[in-house]
Ligand binder design. Structure first.
Ligand code: NAP
Ligand code: ZN
Length: 348
C-alpha cells in the first residue's frame, strides 16, 4: 500500500477537504498513473452529498482522470511508462458476462467497479481522481491522443463518453435534428460532438445568457426554455433530444418537441423520479430512454474522434483548495464549461 494525498468528503453535509488515502500495490496487470488533472462532474456532487443515497465515507470523488503512466506491472502490454492516459468512471468489470463481452462494461451483469464508491480488487473502497496517483487494471486505462491537451482531455473521460454514446446509439449525423437540454459540462460536449457528427444542433437552455457560447461550440440554434413560446415554436421538431439536466424537469414538455419516432434520452441523473404521461409517448410513437457512460472500446473511439476533430473540453483549471467553491458554481449553472482540478496543488 502507498499513502497519497487526496481531497474528499467525510460526510454528506461537510465541505470536502485534504486527506490521505491508500493505493494498492501494483499487480502484474496494473498501471500506476500520476494524475495531472481531474474534471469535476456533477455526479461527484450528487455522490459527495449522498443525493443518490448510496455514499460511504470518506469518499474521494473524481472520474475524469488524465495523467502519465508512472509504473507498469510485469505483465502489462498496452501501456508504457511516460504514456499519456486517462481513466473514466470504470476501473474494473467481470470481463466475462454477455455485456462485458460486447464491450459494454458499464452494464457488466456482475456490476462494474466504479472509480470511486465501489469495492476494488483488494477489497477496499475505490477512491477517485481528486488525488495524486491511482492504480488501475490496464484494460480500463485509455490512451489520450497527442493532439488533445491533458487538462482539456480529462472531462472527455465522463462528459465526453456519456454524450458520445447516445449520439452514436441513436444515429446523430447529417439530416438529423438533435437538441441538447442544459449547457453545462455534459451539454457543451454534446453540442461539440453532435456538430462534429454532422447533425443540426439546437441548445435548449434555461435562458439565453450563454447563447454566444452555444453557437461558438457548434450549435445552429439556441432557445430559452423559460420562454413558453419555445415549446410552441419547436413542437414536433427533433429526432433526438439529449437531456443533461441534473435536476427534475417536466419531461412531457420536452417529449412534445420530438418528431415521429423521436427519442428523448436522459443522461442527467436527478435523484427524484420524472413523471411521464403515456400520451406523451403514444403520440407520434416517441421513446423515452436512458444512457449510462459508455464501454471502454467506445471511450477510446470517442477520444480518437475528438483528436481527429480537434475537440477538447472548455475548461477552468482550479487548485484543489477551490473544489468546494467550484461545486457551488456548478450548482448555480455558473460553469464554463467544466472545472478541472490541477492535482499538482495536492502535493503542497
Ligand atoms: P452541470 O455541468 O451542472 O450541467 C447541468 C446543466 O443543466 C446546467 O448547466 C444547466 O444548464 C441545466 N440545469 C441545472 N439545473 C437546472 C434546472 N433546475 N432546470 C433546468 N435546467 C437546469 O452537470 P453535468 O456534469 O453536465 O451533469 C449533468 C447530469 O448528468 C448530472 O445529473 C450528472 O450526475 C449526470 N451524469 C450522468 C451520466 C450518465 O452516465 N448518465 C454521466 C455523467 C453525469 P443551463 O444553464 O444551460 O440551463
Ligand atoms: Zn461523471
Amino acid at each position: 500500500m502507498t499513502t497519497i494525498n487526496a481531497y474528499g468528503a467525510t460526510a454528506a453535509t461537510k465541505p470536502l477537504g485534504p486527506m490521505t488515502i491508500e493505493r494498492r500495490e501494483l499487480g502484474p496487470r496494473d498501471v500506476l498513473i500520476e494524475i495531472k488533472f481531474c474534471g469535476i462532474c456533477h455526479s461527484d456532487i450528487h455522490s459527495a452529498r449522498n443525493e443518490w443515497g448510496s455514499a460511504a465515507y470518506p469518499v474521494v470523488p473524481g472520474h475524469e482522470i488524465a495523467g502519465i503512466v508512472a509504473r507498469v506491472g510485469s505483465e502489462v502490454t498496452r501501456h508504457a511508462v511516460g504514456d499519456r492516459v486517462g481513466v473514466g468512471c470504470l476501473v474494473d468489470s467481470c470481463g466475462d458476462c454477455a455485456n462485458c463481452r460486447k464491450g459494454e462494461e458499464q452494464h457488466c451483469l456482475k456490476g462494474f467497479t466504479g472509480t470511486y464508491g465501489s469495492v476494488g480488487q483488494d477489497g477496499n473502497p475505490t477512491q477517485g481522481g481528486y488525488s495524486t496517483h491511482i492504480v488501475v487494471r490496464e484494460n480500463f486505462v485509455l490512451k489520450i491522443p497527442e493532439g488533445i491537451a491533458l487538462d482539456a482531455a480529462a472531462p472527455l473521460l465522463c462528459a465526453g463518453i456519456t454524450t458520445y454514446a447516445p449520439l452514436r446509439h441513436w444515429g446523430a449525423g447529417p439530416g438529423k435534428k438533435v437538441a441538447v437540454v442544459g449547457l453545462g459540462g455534459l451539454g457543451h460536449m454534446a453540442v461539440k460532438l453532435a456538430h462534429a457528427m454532422g447533425a443540426e444542433v439546437t441548445v435548449l437552455s434555461q435562458s439565453l445568457s450563454k447563447k454566444e457560447d452555444g453557437l461558438r461550440l457548434g450549435a445552429d440554434h439556441y432557445h430559452a426554455t423559460k420562454d413558453p413560446e419555445t415549446f410552441k415554436k419547436l413542437a414536433g421538431t427533433f429526432d433526438l433530444i439529449v437531456n443533461t439536466v441534473s435536476a427534475k424537469i417536466d419531461v412531457n414538455a420536452y417529449l412534445s418537441l420530438l418528431a415521429l419516432d423521436g427519442v428523448l434520452v436522459n443522461v442527467g441523473a436527478p435523484p427524484e423520479p420524472l413523471a411521464v404521461n403515456v400520451f406523451s409517448l403514444i403520440m407520434t410513437r416517441r421513446s423515452f430512454a436512458g444512457s449510462l457512460i459508455g464501454g471502454i472500446r467506445q471511450t477510446q473511439e470517442m477520444l480518437d474522434f475528438c483528436a481527429k476533430h480537434h475537440l477538447g473540453s472548455d475548461i477552468e483549471v482550479i487548485p484543489a483548495s477551490k473544489i468546494n467553491e467550484a461545486y457551488e458554481r456548478v450548482l448555480a449553472s455558473d460553469v464554463r464549461y467544466r472545472f478541472v482540478v490541477d492535482t499538482a496543488t495536492l502535493k503542497e
